[in-house]
Unconditional design. Structure first.
Length: 506
């Protein structure tokens, strides 16, 4: 009730009730109703970024705690680790063979050789501790848990690979200078400096003082040198939010439920013996227990195999909770299903429980999961790997490691490349092979797409098969002619002399 309804209710409750009832009946949507059922559903109507700023750090801290201490959280992250980056995303340079000097793809071989060497930990990481594949793994993990991650492009004094990557956490952003208007007319929102169009201009990080972060000094890095991997879900959004925000309550419920069931089962497993003495207390005489000898039960707990003594007249009353263990599997399964659905995965991908699926349902769930994995792979390729690769090419040309004639004029031709994500196998390879064979024969699919799903380049597959078949022909010698092939049944047909000997013996 608003202030007017409350004022009317003070004079005439009946009039106020009728007025409120008629107003409720005129509401069009149930979701917009302010009646009794939606009385406590009053979300904030503040701008999106203002609402998230107050809870972003707390959600991130809880997600990190789940990452460290939750089995379900570990299962979720393991599913992404296995399927998004997997064994690594492979680069294939596609510089046209028509360019001068690129005989038989010489430029492609040079670029791929240098890229493979650059991806090693000592060359790509400024700390020298992670290879590019490991950086990709960590980027996806931090994208899921923290909501985002920073990859800063830096240059150091290195004669061969001066270009390197510095990985920085979203915790390192300086969030104190929020909504400040510098002289350039830009705003700083949660450590991100944006212009009038909400375009990031620079990022303000806390200065690293050894191992710790200095909360006083700030380092400003231009946005062109920073790769900020995060998911933007609204036009006003500037910062990240953990992708596990909707899953955290369900994971917390599952952990608490498992703990409650575990405590109950441990209590039930405590087989103990209590000795009750039938001796009256108080009075005088031999064998009478005095009040000073009364046993105090405070702080006493059960332990397996214990033998306890009770005061005269005391009895053991047990409380046996029921219900937790009987439906534990169903309840935990429900929580895992809700958690998996909230992050876009199937129950089987997170739980690894395949007891309730058949081939068709397992395949359908795997198809939907792979759509999410491919979406993350595309994001990782377009927003992380490709910018790093283009910067790598510029650095290699400038340092003389790559000799590409007229690189600046023909840059679009030299940067041509493709990324091949890790391949994957199906549940029943025989059925998939037959399906691919039928699709190829009926022109419903291509060899390039089939090979790409397995993480391979169709040109390499065709070239390799041709080389194998050529080698088989060379090792097998000349094919036998028609005269060398014995007639069918020649070895089993007896000659005339054998037939006569057989008749004589008979």
């Amino acid at each position: 009730m608003n202030w007017l309804d409350r004022s009317i209710a003070a004079v005439s409750p009946r009039w106020a009730y009728k007025r409120l009832a008629w107003r409720s009946g005129m509401e069009v949507f149930d979701a917009g109703s302010r009646g009794r059922l939606n009385h406590n559903w009053n979300p904030s109507q503040s701008p999106n970024e203002h609402m998230k700023a107050t809870e972003r750090s707390l959600i991130r801290a809880r997600a990190q705690d789940m990452e460290r201490n939750s089995d379900i959280g570990g299962a979720i992250l393991s599913a992404f680790d296995r399927n998004v980056v997997g064994t690594g995303i492979t680069l294939q340079s596609k510089v046209s063979h028509d360019l001068p000097g690129n005989l038989e793809g010489e430029f492609n071989r040079q670029i791929e050789r240098l890229w493979k060497e650059f991806c090693k930990a000592e060359n790509v990481d400024i700390t020298g501790t992670q290879s590019l594949e490991e950086i990709e793994d960590m980027s996806i993990r931090r994208y899921i848990v923290d909501g985002g991650i920073f990859l800063v492009k830096v240059y150091v004094k290195d004669t061969k690979f001066p270009f390197k990557i510095q990985v920085r956490s979203v915790d390192e952003l300086d969030t104190k200078n929020t909504i400040v208007t510098p002289s350039q007319g830009n705003r700083i929102v949660e450590g991100v400096e944006i212009d009038q169009h909400n375009k990031p201009v620079a990022y303000h990080f806390k200065k690293v003082d050894g191992y710790l972060l200095n909360s006083v000094e700030t380092v400003k890095i231009p946005a062109k040198d920073v790769i900020f991997l995060f998911k933007k879900t609204s036009p006003q959004q500037v910062r990240e939010v953990s992708n596990l925000a909707t899953a955290l309550p369900r994971v917390k419920d599952a952990n608490q439920f498992v703990e409650a069931v575990s405590i109950k089962e441990r209590v039930l497993a405590c087989l103990s013996v209590f000795i009750k003495k039938d001796v009256p207390s108080g009075g005088a005489g031999r064998g009478v227990r005095t009040s000073s000898e009364t046993i105090d039960y405070s702080g006493v707990s059960l332990a397996p195999g214990m033998i306890g003594e009770l005061n005269p007249g005391d009895e053991v009353q047990t409380v046996v909770p029921s219900g937790q263990a009987s439906n534990a599997k169903e309840w935990i399964t429900t929580l895992v299903r809700l958690t998996s659905a909230g992050i876009g995965l199937s129950y089987e991908a997170v739980s690894r429980d395949l007891s309730q699926v058949n081939y068709s349902s397992a395949r359908q769930g795997l198809i939907e999961d792979r759509k999410l994995y491919k979406k993350l792979q595309k994001m990782l390729i377009e927003r992380v790997l490709t910018p790093i690769y283009l910067e790598f090419l510029d650095a290699m040309v400038l340092t003389g490691q790559l000799n590409l004639p007229k690189y600046q004029q023909n840059k679009d031709l030299y940067i041509a490349h493709v990324w091949i994500p890790p391949g994957s196998t199906w549940i029943d390879p025989l059925k998939e092979v037959k399906a691919n064979e039928t699709a190829l024969a009926s022109n419903q699919d291509t060899l390039a797409r089939i090979c790409a799903e397995r993480g391979e380049d169709w040109r390499d597959v065709v070239a390799q098969r041709a080389a194998e078949q050529q080698l088989i022909r060379e090792l097998s010698g000349p094919e036998p002619t028609a005269t060398d092939i014995p007639k069918e049944g020649a070895d089993n047909e007896p000659d005339d002399e054998s037939k006569e000997n057989a008749d004589d013996a008979a």
